[in-house]
Design a binder for this molecule. Structure first.
Ligand code: B3K
Ligand code: ZN
Length: 844
C-alpha cells in the first residue's frame, strides 16, 4: 500500500447532486441498489471516473439506464462516462454477518449497523468515498426487523420497509444505517428557531431503562450549543443507537449517532461516576459535531483536526460549564500528558495535521484530538473570548455546507481579529512537545523571566522553528499573597525575557497557569516554592501542579537514589487533603500520585532508565508512607464524606465519592482491607463497588470479592468488562501476564468484541510493570493477540499496537525483546494495511 500526501490533493473529478440507496438486508446476501446523480466538477482538470469500492460483489451497473461493464480492481472501479451530468445505477451484494472488521455494514448481536468514517462507505457500495464530495441522501431499508433507521428525517414506512431523507448535503462517511429489535427512550426538544425535534435513544430491549442519563445529556448539549455557540439543530429527529460491538467510542452520523453501548447505558448499580462523566462528554461531543464536522466538514482526511480538535475543545468547554472547570482542566491535562505527550515523545509522533498516511484510521490519535483541542485553546487565549466568538461566527457563516481546511479555519481568525497567524500555524505542522526552560532574576524591584523554547526532533522533522506560546503567568509574594494577577505573555522567539516592575520582594512565579500551552515546563524550583504555590496559588491548575511536581520529585529521588519518602511532602499533601474549603474532587486529584508510565517518561527525559519494577515498588512505598503518615485523616475523611440521599451522578456527589474512596484505598493499606471489604458488601452503586474492589486488589486482596462480583454481574457485559480489566491492570507485576493469559481462556472472553479485548489486552498494557516484565512474556502475549485480532479487526488491533510506542525509554534487553515482537508482527503474511503501517512506524 502506498502512502497518500497532503500536498497531492486534487479536487474530485465528479460531484454528486443526489444519492438514492435501497438496502435489502440479509446477513450474508444484503443487496445495495444505488442511484447517483453525477456531474463533472468544473473545478477539476481530471476527467477520470473512479468510484471507491472494496469487498463488493458487483451484480449490475448502468449509466443513464444503459448497462455498462466497468473495470474493477480491489480498490474500486473505473468506467467511461458522458461529458455531462448522468445517472449511475448499480447493484452490489455484501455480507454484513461476515464483517468482523466492524467497518462498513456489519452485525452486532442480531442488529445491523454501520461505521463509515473514515473510508467504510466503500464497503457498502461504489462511491467517490472522500469527504469533499457532499450530497443529499435518500435511503430505503427493507427488512423484517422492527426498527429501521437512517440519516435525516423519516419519509414513509410500512411493514418491512422504511424510507429516510437527509436534506443536508453530506460526505459518505456520515452515512448510517441501523436495523434491529430496539426500544427507545424518547424525549423532545424545541430549538431556539422553533423546530420541534423528537429525540430517541435506541437500545436492545434488555437494556431498556438505562438511557435516561444519555437523553438528559443530549438535551443539555443541545441547549448549550444554542446558548454558547448560537448553533441550533437542523432536523426533525435526532436518533442515537447503542451498539455492543464498536471500534471506537461513538460516531456522529448525521441525525443518527451510533455509540459504543458503554457510552450510552448507565444505571447507578452498573455505571461508575466516570462512566456517567464519559457518557455526558461523548454525547455532547457527537452532538456538537453536527455543526463542527457535519455542516462544515473536512476537505480531506489530513484536515481531521479541523473537526476533531474543535469538537473536543467544544466538549471540554461544555463539561467545564456543567461541572467544575478547574477539575475538568486538571483531568484533561492528566490525560494529555499520559497519552499525547507520550505519543509526541516516541516513534509515532506526528503533527496535529499529518502530511502523509497509509491508513487514515491510524491517525485518530491523541495528537489530532487532544493536542488539536489545545491548539484551539491557545488560539482563544491569544485572541480573547470576544475575538474567538467573532471568528467562530464568521467560520459558520462563511463555510456552512463546505468541506474546509485548516487554512480556511485560520483565515477566519485572521479576518475576524486582524491577527497574523503565520507563525501560529506551526502548531499544526510541527510535531513534538516544546520544552520551555525558565530561569529568573530579581533586582531593584524588577523580576525578569528568561524563557527558552526548544522542540525535540521527531520522525521526519529534525529541526524545529520557534512556536507562539501563550504563557499565563501570575506572581505571588513570599507569604502567598498574589501581587501580579494572571497576564498572558506571548512568546514567539527561541529565547525571550519578560520583566515585571515595581515589586517589593522577589516573587514566587506561577507559570503556565491553567496549562495555557501544551509544553513541558523546565525550571529548577525549590520544594519550598512549590509548597507556597500548593498552599496559596489562586490558579487551581497550578495549585494542583505544584503538588504533582512535589510528588514527582519525591518519587524521582526514591527511584533514582533510593531516598526515603519526604516528610515535608507528606505534610503538604495532608494540608490539602484536610482543607475543607477545597472541592473534594480537587483534593482527590491532589492525592493521586503520578503514574508509573509518567515516571518512566520523566526519568527517561532526565537520562535515566530505571526498571519498571523499581518504579512500581517506589510508588507503592510512597503510597504506603502516605497512608501511614495520614492515618488519622483517612477515617475522618471517610466518615465525613458519605453522600446523603440516593445516588446522583452530579459533580458534587461524585467529588465526595472520589475523595472518600481515595481515603478508603489508603485505609486498606493499614487495616488489611477490612474497611474496604465492608464497603464492598454495603455498596449500593457501581462507583462504590468498584472503588472498594480497587482498594482490595491494590493490596493484593479481593479474591472473594472478585468472585462475588462475577456471580452478581455475569449477565451484564459492560460490568463484566470492568471485572476483566480491573484484575489485569491491578495485578501484582509478577502475576499480570498470567492473569491476562488466564482471562483470555475464560468462557466469557469473547475476543472479537472490542470492549472485551481492550479490557484484557489493554488492561495488561496499562499494568506497566507487568507488561514490561523482564522475561518479555507480556510483549509476547500482546503481540500474539495483535496478530490474531489483526486478521479479524485491523482497526482495533492497530490501535492497541501503540502499547509498544514507549520502547525507546527502556533498557537494551527490553528494547531487543520488543523489537523481536515487532519484527515478528511485521513479517506476518497477510498483515493489514493498518498494522503494516503501525509496525513500520514503530520500528523506524
Ligand atoms: N469521528 C468519530 C471517529 C471515527 C473513527 C474512525 N476510525 C468519532 C468522533 O471523533 O466523534
Ligand atoms: Zn469527534
Amino acid at each position: 500500500p502506498q502512502p497518500v500526501f497532503l500536498r497531492d490533493y486534487t479536487p474530485p473529478a465528479y460531484l454528486v447532486d443526489s444519492v438514492d440507496l435501497t438496502f435489502r438486508l440479509h446477513p450474508t446476501k444484503t443487496r445495495v441498489i444505488s442511484r447517483i446523480a453525477f456531474r463533472p466538477n468544473p473545478a477539476a482538470q481530471d476527467r477520470r471516473f473512479f468510484l471507491h469500492g472494496e469487498e463488493l460483489t458487483l451484480l449490475r451497473a448502468a449509466i443513464d439506464g444503459t448497462k455498462v461493464t466497468p473495470q474493477t480492481d480491489t480498490e474500486g472501479l473505473t468506467c467511461t462516462v458522458p461529458d455531462a451530468p448522468f445517472t449511475w445505477e448499480a447493484e452490489v451484494e455484501i455480507a454484513p454477518e461476515e464483517n468482523t472488521a466492524l467497518e462498513g455494514l456489519y452485525m452486532s448481536n442480531g442488529m445491523y449497523c454501520s461505521q463509515c468514517e473514515a473510508e467504510g462507505f466503500r464497503k457498502i457500495t461504489y462511491y467517490p468515498d472522500r469527504p469533499d464530495v457532499m450530497a443529499p441522501f435518500t435511503v430505503r431499508i427493507e427488512s423484517d426487523l422492527p426498527v429501521l433507521l437512517s440519516n435525516g428525517n423519516p419519509v414513509a414506512q410500512g411493514t418491512g420497509w422504511a424510507e429516510w431523507h437527509d436534506p443536508w448535503p453530506k460526505p459518505a462517511y456520515l452515512f448510517a444505517l441501523v436495523a434491529g429489535d430496539l426500544v427507545a427512550t424518547s424525549g423532545a426538544f424545541t430549538t431556539c428557531e422553533g423546530r420541534k425535534v423528537d429525540l430517541n435513544i435506541w437500545v436492545r430491549p434488555a437494556d431498556h431503562g438505562k438511557a435516561d442519563y444519555a437523553l438528559d445529556s443530549l438535551i443539555r448539549s443541545m441547549k448549550w450549543d444554542e446558548q454558547v455557540y448560537g448553533r441550533a439543530y437542523d432536523l426533525d429527529v435526532f436518533n442515537i443507537v447503542a451498539v455492543d460491538d464498536f471500534n471506537m467510542g461513538a460516531m456522529e452520523n448525521k441525525g443518527l449517532n451510533i455509540f459504543n453501548s458503554r457510552y450510552v447505558l448507565a444505571s447507578p448499580q452498573t455505571a461508575t461516576d466516570r462512566d456517567y462523566d464519559n457518557i455526558e462528554r461523548i454525547i455532547a461531543h457527537e452532538y456538537f459535531h453536527n455543526w463542527t464536522g457535519n455542516r462544515i466538514t473536512c476537505r480531506d482526511w489530513f484536515q481531521l483536526c479541523l473537526k476533531e480538535g474543535l469538537t473536543v475543545f467544544r466538549d471540554s468547554q461544555f463539561s467545564a460549564d456543567e461541572r467544575s472547570a478547574a477539575v475538568k482542566r486538571i483531568e484533561d491535562v492528566i490525560a494529555l500528558r499520559a497519552r499525547q505527550f507520550r505519543e509526541d515523545a516516541g516513534p509515532l509522533a506526528h503533527p496535529v495535521r499529518p502530511e502523509s498516511f497509509t491508513e487514515i484510521n491510524n491517525f485518530y490519535t491523541a495528537t489530532v484530538y487532544e493536542k488539536g483541542a489545545e491548539v484551539i485553546g491557545m488560539l482563544r487565549r491569544l485572541v480573547g473570548p470576544a475575538g474567538y466568538d467573532k471568528a467562530l461566527a464568521l467560520y459558520f457563516e462563511r463555510h456552512d455546507g463546505q468541506a474546509a481546511t485548516i487554512e480556511d479555519w485560520l483565515k477566519v481568525f485572521e479576518d475576524a481579529t486582524g491577527r497574523d497567524l503565520t507563525q501560529f500555524k506551526r502548531w499544526y505542522s510541527q510535531a513534538g512537545t516544546p520544552r520551555l526552560s525558565v530561569t529568573d532574576d530579581f533586582a531593584d524591584g524588577t523580576y525578569t523571566l528568561h524563557l527558552r523554547q526548544e522542540t525535540p526532533p521527531t520522525p521526519g522533522q529534525p529541526d524545529k522553528a520557534p512556536q507562539v506560546i501563550p504563557l499565563a503567568v501570575g506572581l505571588l509574594a513570599p507569604n502567598g499573597d498574589e501581587v501580579v494577577p494572571t497576564t498572558v505573555l506571548e512568546m514567539t522567539e527561541a529565547e525571550q525575557s519578560f520583566a515585571f516592575t515595581g515589586l517589593d520582594a522577589r516573587p514566587v512565579p506561577s507559570i503556565l497557569r491553567g496549562f495555557s500551552a501544551p509544553v513541558v515546563l523546565e525550571r529548577e524550583t525549590s520544594a519550598q516554592e512549590r509548597a507556597v504555590l500548593l498552599a496559596h496559588d489562586t490558579d487551581p491548575f497550578n495549585k494542583w501542579e505544584a503538588g504533582r511536581l512535589l510528588a514527582r520529585d519525591v518519587l524521582t529521588a526514591m527511584i533514582r537514589d533510593g531516598a526515603a519518602p519526604d516528610g515535608a511532602f507528606l505534610d503538604a499533601l495532608a494540608a490539602v487533603a484536610r482543607d475543607a474549603t477545597l472541592d473534594p474532587a480537587f483534593r482527590a486529584l491532589a492525592l493521586r500520585l503520578p503514574g508509573e508510565d509518567q515516571m518512566a517518561e520523566h526519568l527517561h527525559a532526565l537520562g535515566h532508565t530505571p526498571g519498571p519494577l523499581t518504579i512500581h515498588t517506589a510508588r507503592e512505598a510512597l503510597k504506603d508512607a502516605l497512608a501511614g503518615h495520614l492515618q488519622t485523616l483517612w477515617p475522618a475523611l471517610y466518615d465525613g464524606l458519605a453522600c446523603p440521599g440516593p445516588y446522583s451522578p452530579g459533580a458534587a456527589d461524585a467529588g465526595r465519592r472520589a475523595l472518600r474512596l481515595a481515603a478508603l484505598s489508603h485505609m486498606a493499606r493499614l487495616d488489611g482491607g477490612a474497611q474496604a471489604r465492608a464497603h464492598f458488601a454495603a455498596a449500593d452503586n457501581m462507583t462504590d463497588e468498584i472503588g472498594a474492589l480497587t482498594a482490595l486488589l491494590e493490596i493484593g486482596a479481593g479474591t472473594e470479592e472478585l468472585d462475588r462480583f462475577a456471580t452478581r454481574w455475569a449477565e451484564d457485559r459492560l460490568v463484566m468488562d470492568k471485572w476483566f480489566a480491573l484484575q489485569v491492570s491491578l495485578a501484582a507485576p509478577e502475576n499480570a501476564v498470567d492473569t491476562a493469559r488466564c482471562l483470555t481462556e475464560h468462557a466469557a472472553f469473547n475476543w472479537k468484541n472490542p470492549n472485551r479485548f481492550r479490557a484484557v489486552i489493554g488492561g495488561l498494557t496499562m499494568n506497566a510493570a507487568g507488561f514490561h516484565d523482564a522475561s518479555g512474556a507480556g510483549y509476547r502475549l500482546v503481540a500474539d493477540w495483535l496478530l490474531r485480532m489483526d486478521a479479524a479487526n485491523p482497526q482495533t488491533a492497530a490501535r492497541m499496537s501503540t502499547a509498544f510506542e514507549t520502547w525507546p525509554r527502556y533498557d537494551s534487553e527490553r528494547q531487543a525483546l520488543i523489537r523481536a515482537e515487532l519484527d515478528r508482527i511485521a513479517t506476518q503474511a497477510g498483515l493489514s494495511r493498518d498494522m503494516g503501517e503501525m509496525v513500520a512506524r514503530l520500528r523506524a
